[in-house]
Design a protein around this ligand. Structure first.
Ligand code: FAD
Ligand code: NAI
Length: 471
């Protein structure tokens, strides 16, 4: 190993949390390095998560629309053929463009990318096993751990990423499976289930709970989502647990059991997607060498300023507390550097939006009805369906609704839940309103352009505060 160099900050992990912190540190004039072992920057999100899945979601939606939804729009198409290899190429082009973009931003902001795997040697030193071979050590005044998360394994099922896949295999299948079984009706299950269902697979989702959507989704919205996805051809088995799997060369059979009544049945498929959640990834970091601990879920323990009990070592992103979302990781990347340079930072954990990129999209921010009831908060509900929104109607894309929840006394917005076209874009307005402590009247009295989908947000706010016009 060469003589250790000293940096102001070294970040372990070049995912969204890590790369954002690195760029911010560079912008603040700190001497910064980021250790990343993958051959491309951007972590899970850019390489095998947000970006490739959205490429497939977008293009499978286009394909599905062309096949099923052209005639009524006055477009007669000839023979339409799916080319899975090119679909994957388009995905790879998007990924490559964006990961290279991060590399460019590193150069622009004087961030050194150390290519390799980092391990703690002591509280200020990291040893890096270099990707190219050999070793190097780097010393730092401050260290940020941003090592992310990995797929939670399903006990008894070995993921081979071909027949039994995680999300990583599900974004890289070489042909459309005839039958796909999805274990877990959370965000990954529904997004990837949608992709392959649109491309022609018979998809069945097995979910342990009585509701789809994973943690945080409002029950009314989850039910509406299920109805719409069922209409699109996805089958659901709720309140059902998977007991075991039998994998042979030609097919896979899963034994499942209803939670109540214990009825057992076998389900066959040629591909099984296991999507039962993700867990923090800290393997090989050598946390024990410096006495840092994880909780029982594997999250590294930190205080409100992201500090471990060794104050110059901070932790951000998926490997610590909070929702495992790229934009949350990004906010923490900025805040962690601000804590180092300024002594204060800001992330409002009450206003982190969630988006599921199915069609229609599902998006929410703040609390849902079940959470408000549980907390004993008195609230008002204002809903507005997209079937009464002129733009959605004109676009022949009017499934879904916007729902405002606001405080019964003060009218302050407590949560906004949307299922509908471009819900992921519309939720930004709700997040901004909540960040400013707005009431539903504030949104209701804000002039929205016509005809836009955003008018549905305004009218739902009107419904919460008074009455909508178009219903
Ligand atoms: P990661 O992105 O996991 O990055 C950590 C990086 O650290 C990795 O690149 C890893 O190689 C590196 N690393 C780990 N240990 C070491 C070490 N010792 N030395 C060097 N490098 C190391 N979130 C959204 O908000 N929107 C979405 O649409 C979305 N879609 C998703 C789709 C899928 C299929 C998946 C799986 C996830 C999705 N997510 C989405 C979640 C999102 O990807 C994560 O929340 C985000 O990537 C977390 O960023 P991170 O930087 O904390 O961790
Ligand atoms: P998830 O937590 O969203 O959903 C997992 C689902 O599996 C839950 O509904 C759970 O009840 C169910 N489940 C657990 N064990 C089961 C079992 N044995 N049998 C049947 N069902 C079972 O996790 P998912 O979908 O794997 O995604 C992981 C994380 O990745 C998400 O929580 C999110 O943080 C992130 N992500 C975000 C996306 C986005 O923002 N659009 C897209 C994809 C992933």
């Amino acid at each position: 190993a060469s003589e250790a160099e000293e940096k102001d900050v070294v970040i372990i992990g070049g995912g969204v949390a890590g790369y954002v912190a690195a760029i911010k540190a560079g912008q603040e004039g700190l001497k910064v390095a980021c250790i990343e072992k993958r051959t491309a920057l951007g972590g899970t999100c850019l390489n095998v998560g947000c970006i490739p899945s959205k490429s497939l979601l977008n293009n499978s939606h286009l394909y599905h629309q062309i096949v099923h939804d052209s005639k009524s729009r006055g477009i007669d198409v000839g023979e339409v053929k799916l080319n899975v290899a090119n679909l994957m190429k388009a995905k790879e082009t998007s990924v490559a463009g964006l990961t290279k973009g991060i590399e460019y931003l590193f150069k622009k902001n004087n961030v050194e990318w150390i290519k390799g795997t980092g391990t703690f040697a002591d509280e200020h030193t990291l040893n890096v096993e270099l990707t190219e071979g050999g070793e190097r050590s780097v010393r730092a005044k401050n260290i940020i751990i941003a090592t992310g998360s990995e797929v939670s394994p399903f006990p008894g099922l070995t993921i081979d990423e071909k027949k039994v896949v995680s999300s990583t295999g599900a974004i890289a299948l070489t042909e459309v499976p005839k039958k796909m079984l999805v274990i877990g009706g959370g965000i990954i299950g529904l997004e990837m289930g949608s992709v392959w269902s649109r491309l022609g697979a018979e998809v069945t989702v097995v979910e342990f709970l009585g509701q789809i959507g994973g943690p945080g989704m409002d029950s009314e919205i989850a039910k509406a989502t299920q109805r719409i996805l069922q209409k699109q051809g996805i089958k659901f088995k709720l309140n059902t647990k998977v007991l075991s799997g039998d994998v042979s060369d030609s097919s896979i059979s899963l034994k499942v059991e209803a939670n109540k009544g214990g009825k057992e049945e076998s389900l066959d498929a040629d591909v099984v997607l296991s999507a039962i959640g993700r867990r923090p990834y800290t393997q090989g970091l050598g946390l024990d060498k410096i006495g840092l601990e994880t909780d029982k879920s594997g999250r590294i323990i930190i205080d409100q300023e992201y500090r471990t009990k060794i104050p110059h070592i901070r932790v951000i992103g998926d490997c610590t507390f909070g929702p495992m979302l790229a934009h949350k990781a990004e906010e923490e990347g900025v805040a962690a550097i601000e804590y180092i340079t300024k002594g204060y930072g800001h992330v409002n954990y009450g206003v982190i939006p969630s988006v599921m990129y199915t069609h229609p999209e599902v998006a929410w921010v703040g609390q849902n009805e079940e959470e408000l009831k549980k907390a004993g908060v008195k609230y008002k509900v204002g809903s507005f369906p997209y079937s009464a929104n002129s733009r959605a109607k004109t676009n022949q894309d009017s499934d879904g609704m916007v729902k405002f929840l606001s405080d019964a006394q003060t009218d302050r917005i407590l949560g906004v839940h949307i299922i509908g076209p471009a819900a992921g874009e519309s939720i930004a307005e709700a997040a901004l309103a909540m960040e400013y402590g707005a009431s539903s009247e504030d949104v209701a009295r804000t002039c929205h352009a016509h005809p836009t989908l955003a008018e549905a947000v305004k009218e739902a706010a009107m419904a919460a505060y008074s009455k909508p016009i178009h219903m």
